[in-house]
Design a protein around this ligand. Structure first.
Ligand code: PEP
Ligand code: MG
Length: 495
């Protein structure tokens, strides 16, 4: 039986046996109240301990905060006093929080509901009511929602994931992309030990394929593995990676990228309910610059507003005003980026720039911070992702580099829904490339490094056209290395 994939959150082509992740059964009959309370409080301590002993940085912050929140204890004890079991009490407390998040219209907040489900899962599993499912052979996970902690704990055995729901910016999706595990959303029926093939190249899932199909899949998978995931030699071109956490560095180095073309730093901010301190940010940024050594590292200052809301930031729409309205947070972030400039390879990039005045203001601001604190001057550049900046590109004479944000640019120029941003590129790509000719000219004349970091750079046909237009630097998620290799090789061969 073949099923279509509804959404690809991480690419890949694998075949294996399914394990269905049961939801936790809750023991309904309370023992006695005091025992339930003891179990409940023990589970909180145990969960907190577990988290404190895990090395992964940002994504656990929200879990730690939730579990140490005194209202969890208060409300849980209240439910147990009313006659509920410890597990029921945990579920009831968390359900309210999840409900209020799921009702939110922000897709980002909706996806954070998964983190809370993760906390619930952790607390209930630490009550000791049910043996945890442990597998010691590779398997494809089938689940309602992929929880980040489950993924982290079992990543050595999970070779693919099919879930009923999940979003591209969720932690689980980000982690799957960095662990190179295919992760898809689909409506399929399957059970334990079914054989499944996930093929994101063809947008298909096969459940219990025929013997002939299975042989064919195995052959195809083996031949795709023969390609070593490493950048081909590409003199004069930059193969750059988009990342949103320091975990992704491992693959960036393994695949031999020339640097980080876009670090979406707001993702780190979104995992906290308070501004991150200088030290917390410095740790994350310097882990990246240290690992990348002399290669380029381009940090984008936090890009928030509209679909990316952060509770403790004063934001409305994406853009320049967010920095003026959150001056201290901007300054702390810039300081941490400058302090992490260990190899003088740091670039600082501003998103959503509309005018030269905005860019020059932010540039001066960063230079002032560097001077006042005795930090080295970084390269300072901008994302080109607004119509105004595109029209007036020749005014931006102070920028050291430009990175094209085709996601936002195409939303504004062609009213493309960001969620479906790549599907209909044929309708506008000719017009876009025509408009970009002036940008390429301008950058060539002034020797400004020009790259593309929007999702269009990872669509091979479009990437090829960027090369033909003279844009030699593309920044894509690290799992797209093979696409970059193929695209570059095709371009050079047909030149
Ligand atoms: C873009 O707009 O193309 C881009 C890379 O930025 P983001 O997707 O983070 O808005
Ligand atoms: Mg953008």
């Amino acid at each position: 039986m073949k099923y279509p994939i509804k959404e690809i959150l991480s690419n890949g082509f694998v075949m294996g046996t399914v394990k269905v992740l049961d939801s936790f059964e809750i023991i309904k009959k309370p023992k006695n109240k005091e025992d339930e309370k003891k179990q409940f409080l023990n589970s909180i301590d145990k969960s907190l301990n577990e988290i404190n002993n895990m090395k992964d940085d940002s994504y656990l912050v929200i879990q730690r905060l939730m579990i140490s929140d005194p209202t969890l204890k208060e409300n849980g004890i209240k439910y147990i006093d009313e006659g509920k079991t410890a597990a029921e009490a945990i579920n009831l407390v968390m359900e309210d929080v999840i409900k209020s998040l799921e009702e939110s219209s922000s897709s980002y907040l909706k996806e954070r509901a998964n983190d809370i489900k993760d906390v619930t899962f952790r607390l209930i599993s630490n009550l000791g009511n049910k043996k945890k499912q442990v597998y010691d052979k590779p398997y494809i996970l089938y689940t309602d929602n992929l929880l980040p902690s489950y993924l982290i704990n079992n990543k050595d055995y999970i070779i693919g994931v099919i879930a009923k729901s999940g979003g591209y910016t969720s932690h689980s999706a980000i982690l799957c992309r960095s662990f190179d595990i295919p992760y898809v959303i689909a409506d399929i029926e399957c059970k334990d030990n079914d054989t499944i093939c996930i093929d994101t190249r063809k947008n298909k899932i096969a459940v219990n394929p025929s013997f002939e199909d299975m042989e064919r899949y195995i052959e195809e998978i083996n031949s795709s593995k023969r390609f070593i995931k490493k950048a081909v030699l590409h003199p004069g071109f930059l193969f750059l990676a988009n990342i949103s956490s320091s975990h992704e560095i491992k693959n960036v180095l393994e695949y031999d990228f020339d640097g980080i073309g876009l670090f979406r730093t707001e993702l780190i901010f979104m995992n906290s309910d308070r501004p991150l301190t200088f030290d917390e940010q410095f740790q994350i940024y310097s882990r990246v610059t240290h690992a990348m050594a002399e290669r380029i590292v381009c940090f984008r200052t936090f890009d928030v507003g509209d679909d990316k809301k952060i509770s403790y930031l004063n934001t409305n729409h994406k853009g320049f005003d967010n920095y003026l309205n959150n001056k201290e947070i901007f300054e702390t972030q810039v300081k941490a980026m400058l302090a992490a400039n260990l190899y003088s390879n740091v670039r600082i990039m501003f998103p959503m720039i509309e005018t030269k005045k905005e860019f020059d203001y932010l540039r001066e601001w960063v230079l002032r911070i560097a001077k006042e604190n005795n930090y080295r001057k970084p390269l300072i550049g901008m994302m080109l992702e607004t119509k105004n900046a595109l029209i007036n590109i020749k005014e931006f004479t102070n920028t050291d580099f430009i990175s094209l944000g085709t996601n936002d640019l195409c939303s504004e120029l062609y009213h493309i829904d960001r969620e479906n941003r790549m599907n209909n590129f044929n309708e506008f790509i000719d017009d876009l490339l025509e408009k970009l000719k002036d940008v390429v000219d301008f950058c060539n004349k002034r020797d400004i490094c020009l790259s593309v970091c929007g999702e269009l750079a990872s669509v091979k046909e479009v990437a090829l056209r960027f090369y033909k237009l003279g844009i030699k630097n593309l920044s894509v998620s690290s799992s797209c290395i093979q696409m970059l290799n193929n695209c570059y090789t095709e371009f050079i061969t047909n030149k």
